[in-house]
Design a protein around this ligand. Structure first.
Ligand SMILES: Cc1ncc(COP(=O)(O)O)c(C=O)c1O
Length: 390
């Protein structure tokens, strides 16, 4: 696949929040957008829609063929059989998490969350008046794991929902089948519903196949609402389209208690892009995972060579590196340190929960040149201001 990498000047012309939130001297490596050019099949689909003048109210999802395309892809990619009647679409995954909490639980109910965690999980639980049953993942030199004893202690009779992030942001963990079986046994025993956010499923970096949580068995499927989107793997977050798979009719009925218009409208360009991505986007996705793998390995090698005090285990999925900076002697919280001294914008660890204090998240989905500049600037900041010898 031949694609020219955008230059830094071209990237700075993007109007996205990633590129505009900070000043022109800052390199952004925070929010989860990628800096690669638009996938050619998505560009072609959008151009074709524009050529037709096709920006009116779109057909319903089932009539548009999008549901069938999604179902076919789930079988082909993950061996996961989903019936069209189980599928519905929304504007974005975070919106759907809020709607799911509002319809599938009551105020004060406990929602299990494994920290550190993608910050909107914490916000959604707080802002809907639910109770966060926080269960930190256990950090070890080889990566984060689930402590099932801790999980047992995190829940009580008021716990209703397990809000699962799989693959996990920010740690990049892609749980193994045996870990997932352990979680399945746990949610069965405590009779919990599961909201499984699988938005990073297509971004497995080592050839392992993602295992949808709902595919673990009929009894698990029936208690699981799976959320996903083409937005992360195909880098189209601004086109606003997310998918919900309801594992059982009672789940979708409870959800349908919401008036349909609360869900927002359909995006003609989002639908066109998703259709193209899911039917013709596999070569681009494969190419993208390959370049993410190269970047991931570069970040890991750089850290091992230059910043031995920084804790880091390369992610199995996602394009996010989670850096434990607690052993560095920084003059402020790590994100503020790198913003001030390196002019690199990372994501702030503490927003991922108290398990993130002293950490930063680095988005490495950029061009090799920009990645080198990010690492070089951070390195220099650490040498000058971070108490590391040169
Ligand atoms: C785990 C997770 N869920 C959801 C989202 C956002 O999805 P959406 O833009 O569809 O709300 C992200 C974005 O990075 C994410 O990492």
């Amino acid at each position: 696949m031949t694609e020219r990498s955008p230059t830094l000047a071209e990237l700075r012309r993007r109007t996205s929040i990633k590129w505009q939130a900070y000043g022109p001297d800052v390199l952004p490596a925070w929010i989860a957008d990628m800096d690669f050019p638009v996938a050619p099949v998505i560009r072609a689909a959008i151009e074709a829609a524009l050529d037709r003048g096709d920006l009116g109210y779109p057909l319903g999802y089932e009539k548009s063929g999008l549901i069938d395309v999604f179902c076919a892809r789930m079988v082909a990619r993950y061996g996961w059989t989903v019936a069209p009647a189980q599928v519905d679409f929304f504007s974005d995954v975070v919106q759907t998490i809020y709607l799911a909490l509002l319809t599938l639980s009551e105020p004060g109910d406990g929602i299990v969350i494994q920290t550190p965690i993608y910050p909107p999980f914490l916000q959604a639980v707080r802002e809907t008046g639910r109770r966060a049953d926080i269960c930190p993942l256990t950090q070890s030199p080889t990566g984060y794991t689930i402590d099932f004893d801790l999980l047992e202690r995190a829940v009580d009779a008021r716990t209703r929902v397990f809000l699962l992030c799989h693959p996990h942001n920010p740690t990049g963990r892609a749980y193994t089948r045996s870990e997932l079986e352990g979680l399945a046994e746990f949610v069965r025993r405590h009779d919990l519903l599961v909201i499984s956010d699988e938005i990073h499923a297509d971004l497995m970096l080592d050839g392992r196949r993602h295992i949808p949580f709902a595919s673990l068995g009929a009894d698990i499927s029936k208690r699981t609402l799976t959320l996903t989107s083409p937005s992360k793997p195909f880098n189209i977050a601004g086109l606003c389209l997310a998918v919900a798979v309801f594992g059982s009719e009672p789940l979708s009925h409870r959800f349908s208690a919401l008036p349909a218009h609360v869900r927002g409208g359909r995006s003609a360009l989002g639908m066109a892009a998703a259709h193209a991505a899911w039917t013709e986007g596999e070569p681009w996705l494969e190419h993208t995972c390959a370049r993410l793998r190269v970047n991931r390995d570069r970040v890991a090698a750089f850290i091992a060579a230059h910043w031995p005090q920084v804790g880091h285990v390369p992610p199995e999925a996602t394009y996010l590196a989670w850096l434990d900076c607690r052993a560095l002697k920084l003059d402020r919280e790590a994100q503020a340190f790198f913003l001030r001294h390196a002019r690199v914008a990372l994501s702030e660890g503490p927003t991922f929960g108290s398990a993130g204090v002293g950490f930063v998240r680095l988005n490495f989905a950029t061009t090799p040149a920009v990645l080198e500049e990010i690492l070089g600037r951070m390195d220099e900041a650490l040498r000058r201001h971070g108490g590391m010898s040169g």
